[in-house]
Design a binder for this molecule. Structure first.
Ligand SMILES: [Zn+2]
Length: 341
C-alpha cells in the first residue's frame, strides 16, 4: 500500500470560495452572514472534484490512500477573529470528512484548527476533538504562525501551545506543522513562507527541550523539512554548541519529514541525510507546483518516481511508502487494520 500523508482539498467546488468571500466581506457585520447552512454542496459535486483531480492522479501514479486536509493556503487564520476561523474550519473539515466517506478506501482526514492570532490555542480543542472522535481523522495541521507571515505567536516550544500537545498525546495523533497564506508581501506563500516555517519549526524544537516534556509528541515537517536536510551539518553543529544531545536522540524520535521535494537530487539528499525511519511519502498533490518538469517530462509533484529512483532497498522504500505512516499515525494504522489492511 502506498500512503500519501500530505494532500489538501485544493479542488473544492467554487461554492466554498464564494461562501468564504461573503464571510470576509461581512467581517465587520457578521450578523449579515453567511451562515454555515447557506453553503450547499452536493455529494455529486464533491465526487466530481475528486474523481477528476486527486483520485485520477492517484490512480495514474499508483498511490492508494491520501491523508486529506483542508486547503492550507485558504486556512488564512489571520482573517477575522476566533469566530471567523471557527466557522470556517468547521466547514472545511466537514467537506474533507464527506470526501473520506465518499471514498473511504482512498481518503482519510486530517483537521484544520480554528486558530486565530493572539487567541489561546486551547480554543481549538473542541474542533480537534470533533474531528478525531466524530470524523475519524488521524492527525491535525498546526499553524505555528496564525498571523500569516508576521510571526506574532510564541515559538512552538512555548507553554502557549501545550494544551494542543496534551490533546495530541491523549489521542496519539501527530501534527503536520503547516502555515497558511502569507499576508506579508516579503514572503511568497508557497515558495518562501512555507519553507521558512518548516525550517523555523525545526529550529524552535532544536533550541528547546519540548520533547523532554512530551516524549511521545510527533511533528511532521512538510515540504521535505524546508532547509533542514540540506543544512543538517549546520543544525548538528548548532546543537553541539548549545550542549544539546545528538539530533537523532534530541529530535528524531519526534520529528518526521515528508517527501514533498520536487526533483530527484532533493529526494536523494533527503534520503541520504535523514534516517529512513523519519521520512514519510507525500506529494501535496494537487498543490503549489502543478506543472510538468521539462527536464524529465513528468509532473514535478509526482514524487513517487523520485522515491522509486532513489538508492534505497525495497524494505526502506516500503517504510517510506507505508510503514512509517502507520507508525506516526497510529489512528490511521488502526483504521486500516479494522478493514483488514
Ligand atoms: Zn500542504
Amino acid at each position: 500500500m502506498i500512503i500519501d500523508i500530505h494532500g489538501h482539498y485544493t479542488t473544492a467546488p467554487k461554492a466554498l470560495e464564494d461562501w468564504r468571500k461573503r464571510q470576509i466581506d461581512n467581517l465587520s457585520t457578521p450578523e449579515l452572514g453567511p451562515k454555515s447552512s447557506e453553503l450547499k454542496i452536493s455529494d455529486d459535486e464533491l465526487r466530481d472534484t475528486i474523481e477528476s483531480n486527486q483520485l485520477r492522479l492517484m490512480k495514474q501514479r499508483g498511490s492508494d490512500l491520501t491523508i486529506f486536509s483542508p486547503r492550507a493556503s485558504f486556512m488564512a487564520h489571520h482573517i477575522g477573529d476566533f469566530n471567523t476561523s471557527s466557522t470556517w474550519a468547521a466547514i472545511c473539515n466537514e467537506l474533507c470528512y464527506r470526501v473520506s466517506q465518499l471514498f473511504p478506501d482512498n481518503f482519510i482526514g486530517a483537521a484544520m484548527l480554528p486558530q486565530s492570532p493572539g487567541v489561546d490555542p486551547a480554543t481549538s480543542i473542541p474542533e480537534l476533538e470533533r474531528c478525531i472522535k466524530d470524523y475519524g481523522f488521524v492527525g491535525i495541521n498546526l499553524n505555528p504562525d496564525p498571523s500569516g507571515g508576521h510571526w506574532t505567536s510564541p515559538p512552538l516550544s512555548d507553554r502557549h501551545w501545550y494544551p494542543i500537545y496534551e490533546k495530541m498525546v491523549e489521542y496519539d495523533i501527530p501534527a503536520m506543522v503547516h502555515v497558511s497564506t502569507s499576508c506579508n508581501c516579503a514572503f511568497h506563500t508557497t515558495g518562501a513562507h512555507y519553507l521558512n516555517a518548516d525550517t523555523t519549526a525545526f529550529m524552535q524544537c532544536l533550541t528547546s527541550d519540548l520533547f523532554t516534556d512530551f516524549p511521545t509528541l510527533r511533528f511532521v515537517i512538510p515540504h521535505g523539512g524546508g532547509a533542514v536536510p540540506y543544512h543538517w551539518g549546520r543544525f548538528r553543529g548548532l546543537a553541539q554548541e548549545m550542549k544539546k544531545p545528538l539530533l537523532k536522540d534530541h529530535l528524531l524520535n519526534n520529528i518526521f519529514f515528508d517527501t514533498c521535494v520536487y526533483h530527484q537530487p532533493g529526494i536523494d539528499l533527503l534520503t541520504k541525510v535523514i534516517p529512513v525511519d523519519n521520512v514519510l511519502f507525500a506529494s501535496e498533490m494537487i498543490g503549489a507546483v502543478r506543472g510538468i518538469d521539462p527536464e524529465t517530462g513528468h509532473y514535478y509533484d509526482d514524487t513517487k518516481r523520485y522515491i522509486e529512483a532513489a538508492a534505497l532497498t525495497d524494505a526502506e522504500r516500503q517504510q517510506i511508502f507505508e510503514g512509517n505512516a502507520r507508525r506516526v499515525y497510529p489512528r490511521l494504522d488502526a483504521a486500516l487494520k479494522a478493514r483488514g489492511l
